[in-house]
Design a protein around this ligand. Structure first.
Ligand code: SAM
Ligand code: DTB
Ligand code: SF4
Length: 330
């Protein structure tokens, strides 16, 4: 890791940054952001739920947990053809990364996993950077995904270790960390972040950021989700996350992990362009576009195109295309 990119942040240092006056915090984040990244460039990703609903876990925010009556019906794994069709739409809509999600507790070595491996190969072949989020994973399964051409794996820690037990009881923080290590061992890029609005304290957010920013290698991307409060889940009726909380979280993540992609993830559908602009100023440089996240609404390609024009943002070239260029030019 570059000497200036630190992974020895202390909780006190993080507290000081997180609680600094918000305009000062944003200013510092903007400076760090433009030192390490091209200002105004935003990575555009599309999500697809390839296996929706019927999940055995009890994550209290999640509309896909079978035990909550949320109106999300359990579906079978999508077909290869349908997934490729959606990936082509995403590419035509301007996305460079395509993330496939499955409502699984963990990956099992069965025919569905074989099919996901084929989907990874297919999406990779059409020139998109491929990401998956399939639940817990062994090192061997991570290697299989890597060999199929997977670029990144998303696995969120969601909140602090302490608050985790209030939100999920069917797995532990340690389980999550183990999967992250397996992903890293297979040479996949790690995408790991959290959700705010789960009833956590500022201290829980600070601890989550501490866990992420003190990993030997910072996650390549850090999604910051605002809770999408879904009827039927235990977190139904939670008020909307305050924009200044989102800004604080994004700016602190940017300062601690200067080179990571900080993704303004769930919650954009409830945010104005002005509010999103504050998040970009705070150092967010990635979004999910397309009308749906996994099961909930999200701004579509057209609305995002309008926002990009209005704010003068440019879609970022894919890491994959950058690497290919380097190979051709060297
Ligand atoms: N089942 C896999 C897992 O849990 O890792 C992958 C899919 S899961 C839906 C991916 C992530 O979406 C979760 O870790 C959580 O951070 C986020 N998420 C789920 N429901 C959400 C909600 N209602 N609001 C915000 N983020 C949510
Ligand atoms: C992430 O951090 N957020 C995305 C993606 N990674 C998988 C998921 C958000 C899901 C929001 C609720 C839903 O649409 O079901
Ligand atoms: Fe299942 Fe993932 Fe939803 Fe938890 S977050 S209930 S593991 S789909």
């Amino acid at each position: 890791m570059n000497a200036e990119i630190r992974n020895n942040w202390t909780l006190d240092e993080i507290r000081e940054i997180y609680f600094s006056p918000v305009l000062e915090l944003m200013n510092r984040a903007t400076a760090v952001h433009s030192k390490y990244n091209t200002a105004g460039e935003v990575q555009v990703c599309t999500l697809l739920s390839v296996k929706t609903g019927g999940c055995s876990e009890d994550c209290s925010y999640c509309p896909q947990a079978a035990r909550y009556d949320t109106g999300v019906e359990a579906q079978k794994l999508m077909t290869y053809e349908d997934v490729i069709g959606k990936a082509l739409d995403a590419k035509n809509g301007g996305s460079t990364r395509f993330c496939m999600g499955a409502a699984w507790r963990s990956v099992r070595d069965n025919s569905d996993f074989n099919k996901v491996i084929d989907m990874v190969k297919g999406v990779n072949a059409i020139g998109l950077e491929v990401c998956c989020t399939l639940g817990m994973l062994t090192e061997q399964q991570a290697h299989r995904l890597k060999e199929a051409g997977l670029y990144a794996y998303n696995h969120n820690l969601d909140t602090s270790d302490e608050h985790y037990t209030e939100i999920i009881s069917t797995r532990t923080y340690k389980d999550r960390l183990e999967t992250l290590n397996n992903v890293e061992k297979a040479g996949l890029s790690v995408c790991c972040g959290g959700i705010i609005g789960l009833g956590e304290e500022d201290e829980d957010r600070i601890k989550l950021l501490h866990t992420l920013a003190t990993r030997e290698k910072h996650p390549e991307s850090v999604p910051v989700n605002a809770l999408v409060s879904v009827k039927g889940t235990p977190l139904e009726g939670r008020g909307r996350v305050k924009i200044w909380d989102m800004v604080r979280m994004i700016a602190t993540a940017r300062i601690l992990m200067p080179k990571s992609m900080v993704r303004l993830s769930a919650g954009r559908n409830e945010m104005s362009y002005e509010q999103q602009a504050l998040c970009f100023l705070a150092g967010a440089n990635s979004i999910f576009t397309g009308e749906k996240l996994l099961t909930t609404p999200n701004p579509g390609f057209d609305a995002d195109k309008e926002m990009f024009e209005l704010l003068g943002l440019k879609p970022r070239e894919s890491f994959k295309a950058e690497k290919e260029k380097e190979i051709v030019l060297s």
